[in-house]
Write a protein that binds this ligand. Structure first.
Ligand code: ASP
Ligand code: MG
Length: 410
């Protein structure tokens, strides 16, 4: 007997039938004698629909009002799921993020959880109720509703698991686990039995949509074993934990890709170092995530700098650069949109030199031009043209022996 946190994504609660199915899944866990906390996403594509609705009214709606709007999606699901459970004869109670004691920093649309007061949830668990919490949301100290960034319900689940010292946290989703790459686009992609926190973190950060990156970060920091599995198909999923034993032989464990990236190049940056930090401070203050940074070279006193951002942040970045051009002391800037990042990930890289060289070689042989590169101990990322993204990922998946055909496991 223990405490489990179960998270169900949008597809698992996409309509009334799915909600009933999810209620059955929850009751199976409850019948094992566990105390059960459930975190849910908005139904199906609700969040996208709410975003689309807002865009009909305004191209750049206030982030505060967006949070107010988007947080309603999850609120619908928690109430319906609670009713479904009651209908099946089990008492359940639903809470929004703030009711559940989730305190976040004072940032709209991408807030981090800073604290959780678990007492209310504990009180209802002690009464053997199933507690259902709206994912993806919290509130600031001043009672402002915030959201945790797209896909943030995973983070709600893991953060609650940590705050409640849960025995396990299971993320039910619409795929059967974590794959070597996205099976919708990469035909040879296959499910991994296990993956380490660090590899998963890289995968999540690099655009593998299966888990919210902050959820993995939280799980690693609190050593919470996670399992990702399907809510519809009954088969074992992927376990995410510190040390993994299986498939040690794989140097590369996954290929991730992400489109809609823009490269900005700033020319003739004077007084390199000071102005470099000023640029990134200004962007950070507006919450613009800069990914790969390359300080090309310094010629005389001028530095040439490139960095990548999401296409969505382009307009704000241009505003900032234009507004502060004089203060930042640069000549001009250029940008190239519709780029993509393709990355290979695997802990085995640490002890195997030449992995990056092999990747560049493969891309070059296929006439795919690399525009930017970044590496860590366990990943190599390249920025290429978006129209080559899937092709490059497929070629790399095969070249690094990840395709299911002919793949020996262990
Ligand atoms: N409903 C939110 C989204 O679609 C949060 C989540 O599902 O995790 O991004
Ligand atoms: Mg998700």
């Amino acid at each position: 007997m223990g405490l489990v946190v179960l998270k169900f994504g949008g597809t698992s609660v996409g309509d009334v039938e799915r909600i009933k199915n999810t209620a059955n899944r929850i009751l199976e866990e409850k019948k094992k004698g566990h105390k059960v906390v459930v975190v849910v996403s908005a139904m199906g594509k609700t969040t996208d629909q709410l975003v689309a609705l807002s865009k009909e009214l305004s191209s750049y709606p206030s982030k505060r009002e967006m949070d107010m709007l988007l947080s309603t999606g999850e609120q619908v699901t928690i109430a319906l799921l609670s009713m479904a459970l009651a209908e099946k004869g089990h008492s359940a109670i639903s809470f929004t993020g703030w009711q559940a004691g989730i305190l976040t920093e004072n940032i709209h649309s991408n807030a981090r959880i800073i604290d959780i007061d678990p007492n209310k949830i504990k009180k209802y668990l002690a009464e053997e109720q199933i507690v259902i919490v709206a994912g993806f949301q919290g509130a600031t100290e001043n009672g402002e509703i915030t959201t945790l960034g797209r896909g943030g319900s995973d983070t709600t689940a893991v953060a609650l698991a940590a705050a409640l010292a849960a025995d396990k946290c299971i993320i039910y989703t619409d795929v059967t686990g974590v794959f070597t790459s996205d099976p919708r686009y990469i035909p040879g992609a296959r499910k991994l039995e296990a993956i380490s926190y660090d590899e998963m973190l890289e995968l999540a950060n690099l655009g593998a949509g299966v888990l919210h990156a902050r959820a993995v970060e939280f799980a690693k920091n609190h050593q919470i074993p996670l399992e990702v599995c399907s809510s519809l198909v009954k088969e074992s999923g992927t376990v995410i934990e510190e040390e993994i034993a299986v498939e040690k032989s794989l140097i590369v464990r996954g290929v991730a890709f992400e489109g809609a990236i823009t490269r900005i190049t700033v020319f003739g940056l004077k007084n390199g170092y000071n102005n470099l930090s000023s640029i990134f401070n200004k962007l950070a203050r507006r919450n613009i995530n800069v990914d790969i940074i390359i300080q090309n070279l310094t010629v005389g006193e001028d530095t040439y700098l490139s960095f990548s951002i999401k296409n969505d942040d382009l307009r704000e970045t241009i505003d900032i650069l234009e507004q502060y051009q004089e203060a930042l002391g640069f000549d001009h800037f250029e940008y190239e949109s519709d780029l993509a990042k393709v990355s290979i990930i695997g802990s085995g890289m640490i002890s195997n030199p030449g992995v990056a060289a092999k990747m560049f070689d493969i891309l070059a042989k296929n006439n795919i031009q690399i525009k930017m590169v970044s590496t860590s101990e366990i990943k190599v990322s390249t920025v290429i043209e978006e129209n080559h993204m899937i092709e490059a990922s497929r070629i790399l998946h095969t070249a690094f022996e990840l395709d299911s055909v002919g793949q020996k496991i262990k």
